[in-house]
Design a protein around this ligand. Structure first.
Ligand code: GLN
Length: 540
C-alpha cells in the first residue's frame, strides 16, 4: 500500500480567509484526478465539540452520519467532495485534552509527568494520522483552525512540524493561506503582513511549501517574485486566490492557478491526468444561468448571522440549480413576526422554511409563519424545530388545543404535542447527548416525501431531544395532518404532511446536512419545484 500523503492548511494575517473552501477546492481537484481524499479540521478551542456553542459564536453545528457534532467547514467538505465525514474529521483542543487527561487518570502514562510536548502533541499526531491509517485515502488534508501566531495553535503547529520531519516533504506539505491587503490610496497590494506571517510560522520550525494569497486584485509577476524570495517558496507555488462570485468558483480558480499540479508534484504523485470536473461544471452552468427566480423566506432566530443556517442555504442553491431557478433567500427574524404585520412580511414569498433551533425565543413568530403558509397554501418546509412548530400550530388552530406546546417551551402545557423523548429524561449533561446522527425512516406510499425521494426507506441525520408525541397522532391525522415518515424501530414520527395543501412538509431530521453539489437533496429539489410552481401561478 502506498504511503498516505498529508497536506496541512494553515492561515495567516487574519481569520476568516476561507481555509475550509481552499481545502475543499484542492480536495475536489485531487478527487477529479482520481485520488481518494478526505479533509479534517482541527479546532483550537476548549469545547469538546461545537455542539454546546451558541450559533452566534461559531455558526451552524454540522452533524455527520455517525452523530458527531462538528464545525461547519465539514459541511463544505461533504458538499464539495460528495463523500461523508465522521467524528475523526473534526478534532478540538478540548477533545485532545480530554483524552490525554482520561489516559492520565487510567495510569496509562506509567508515572511520567504529562506535558504538552510530547503528550498533547502525540495525541494530535495520532488524530491526524488516524484517517490515513484507515487505508481509505490517498491524501488527507488537515485544516488547522485559527491564525498563525495564536497561542492556542502552537501545539498543532509543533505536531505538524514533527510529522513533516518524520514523513519528509515528499509525503507531507504545508499550504499557508494568507491575505494581500490592497491599499486603495496608492493602488498597491501589500506583501509585508504575509512575510511576517511566514516568518512566524518559520519560528515554529515550519516552512510553507505553497502560499495561497487571498486578494481583491490580480497579483503581478513582480509580487509573485517578491513573495517567493522573501517567503522561501518556489514561484509556481505562489497561488493567487482572487475574490470569487461564489465559493463554487474556487475549484476552477485553483485549477487555473495550478494548485493541484504544484501539490501533486511536490508529493511525487502522478499529475498528468486531465481533471474531470464535468458534473461540477454542469452544476455551475445551471447555477449561473437560471431561467427564473423565486423568493424563499428563511425564518429563524439567528438570521443576523447567515452562517448559522449554512447548510440550509447551500441546499437551496443545489436544488435551485437542479430546477434551473435562482433562489433568493429572504432572511426573516422570527421575533419580528411576533410584533409586525405578518402578511406584509410573508405575502411576496414563493416558499417558507422554518428553521431549526432551541429554546423559546421567537417561537410564537415561527408558529405564525407556519399558520400563514398553511392557510395561504404557500409551500412550506419545517426543519426539526420548524416541524415541531408546525405540529403545535395545527394542534392549536385546527384541533383547537389552544395551549398546545412543546415541553421544551412549556413544561406544564395541557397538550404536550411535542415532548421530551423517554431516553432523554434521565440525561443531565448537555454535550453530545441529543438524538444524533443517521436514523432510518419508512415513508408512506403516495405521500409528498415518497414521491420526492422515490424510495420506501431513507436515512437522515438528527439532532434534537424532543419528539412528536404519539398520543396525539390519531387526533392530528383525523384533522388532516398525516404522519408520512415513521422510524421503523421506535415508531417515532419523523415526517408530517398536511392534506389539501400543495406542499406542506415538516421533518424532524435535518435534510440539509446531506445535500451536495453532485447530489442535491431530493426533498429540497421537490420543495424548490413546488415554490417555482407557486411563483408561476402568482404570475411572477
Ligand atoms: N429544540 C428542539 C429539540 O431539541 C429542536 C432541535 C433542532 O431544531 N435541531 O428537539
Amino acid at each position: 500500500m502506498q504511503q498516505t500523503k498529508y497536506i496541512f492548511v494553515t492561515g495567516g494575517v487574519t481569520s476568516s480567509l476561507g481555509k475550509g473552501i481552499i481545502a475543499a477546492s484542492l480536495a475536489k481537484l485531487l478527487q477529479g484526478k482520481g485520488y481518494s481524499v478526505t479533509i479534517q479540521k482541527l479546532d483550537p478551542y476548549l469545547n469538546v465539540d461545537p455542539g454546546t456553542l451558541n450559533p452566534y459564536e461559531h455558526g451552524e453545528c454540522y452533524v455527520t452520519n455517525d452523530g458527531a457534532e462538528t464545525d461547519l467547514d465539514l459541511g463544505h467538505y461533504e458538499r464539495f467532495l460528495d463523500t461523508p465525514t465522521s467524528q475523526a474529521n473534526n478534532v478540538t483542543t478540548g477533545r485532545i485534552y480530554q483524552s490525554v487527561i482520561d489516559k492520565e487518570r487510567k495510569g496509562e502514562y506509567l508515572g511520567k509527568t504529562v506535558q504538552i510536548i510530547p503528550h498533547i502533541t502525540d495525541e494530535i499526531k495520532e488524530r491526524i494520522q488516524i484517517l490515513g491509517k484507515t487505508g481509505d485515502y490517498d491524501i488527507v488534508i488537515t485544516e488547522i483552525g485559527g491564525t498563525i501566531g495564536d497561542i492556542e495553535s502552537l501545539p498543532y503547529i509543533e505536531a505538524v512540524r514533527q510529522i513533516l520531519w518524520e514523513l519528509g516533504h515528499e509525503n507531507a506539505l504545508v499550504i499557508h493561506l494568507t491575505l494581500l491587503p490592497y491599499l486603495s490610496t496608492t493602488g498597491e497590494l501589500k506583501t509585508k503582513p504575509t512575510q511576517h506571517s511566514v516568518k512566524m510560522l518559520m519560528q515554529s520550525g515550519v516552512s510553507p511549501d505553497v502560499l495561497v494569497c487571498r486578494t481583491e486584485h490580480h497579483i503581478t509577476d513582480e509580487i509573485r517574485n517578491k513573495l517567493a524570495l522573501f517567503c522561501n517558496v518556489e514561484k509556481p507555488a505562489i497561488i493567487e486566490s482572487i475574490d470569487a462570485e461564489t465559493i463554487y468558483d474556487v475549484p476552477g480558480l485553483m485549477l487555473q492557478e495550478g494548485l493541484d499540479l504544484v501539490v501533486l508534484k511536490k508529493l511525487k504523485l502522478a499529475f498528468e491526468k486531465e481533471s474531470n470536473l464535468d458534473k461540477w461544471n454542469d452544476f455551475l452552468y445551471k447555477f449561473k444561468n437560471p431561467k427564473s427566480e423565486i423568493k424563499i423566506g428563511l425564518i429563524g432566530k439567528y438570521v443576523e448571522l447567515h452562517d448559522a443556517y449554512k447548510s440550509i442555504v447551500e441546499s437551496t442553491i443545489h436544488a435551485g440549480a437542479a430546477n434551473e431557478v435562482k433562489v433568493n433567500i429572504e432572511w426573516i427574524h422570527s421575533e419580528d413576526l411576533e410584533v409586525k404585520n405578518i402578511p406584509t412580511i410573508l405575502k411576496e414569498l414563493d416558499g417558507v422554511i422554518v428553521a431549526p433551533g432551541f429554546g423559546s425565543r421567537g417561537i410564537e413568530g415561527k408558529i405564525k409563519a407556519v399558520q400563514y403558509a398553511r392557510e395561504n397554501k404557500i409551500p412550506f418546509l419545517g426543519i426539526c424545530l420548524g416541524m415541531q412548530m408546525a405540529v403545535i400550530e395545527y394542534a392549536r388552530n385546527v384541533l383547537g388545543y389552544i395551549d398546545a406546546n412543546s415541553t421544551e417551551m412549556d413544561e406544564s402545557t395541557k397538550h404536550p404535542v411535542i415532548d421530551i423523548m423517554d431516553s432523554q429524561k434521565e440525561v443531565t449533561e448537555k454535550g453530545g447527548t441529543m438524538r444524533l446522527g443517521s436514523w432510518k425512516c419508512k415513508l408512506k406510499p403516495n405521500s409528498i416525501v415518497s414521491k420526492a425521494y422515490g424510495k420506501k426507506v431513507i436515512a437522515e441525520r438528527h439532532r434534537h431531544r424532543y419528539e412528536f408525541n404519539n398520543k396525539y397522532l390519531g387526533d392530528l391525522e383525523k384533522a388532516g395532518m398525516m404522519a408520512t415518515g415513521i422510524n421503523p424501530k421506535t415508531k417515532l414520527v419523523e415526517i408530517i404532511e398536511v392534506i389539501n395543501h400543495p406542499w406542506f412538509v415538516g421533518v424532524q431530521y435535518h435534510p440539509e446536512y446531506k445535500s451536495t453539489v453532485l447530489n442535491p437533496h431530493p426533498l429540497f429539489i421537490s420543495f424548490i419545484r413546488a415554490a417555482l410552481e407557486q411563483s408561476l401561478s402568482n404570475g411572477d
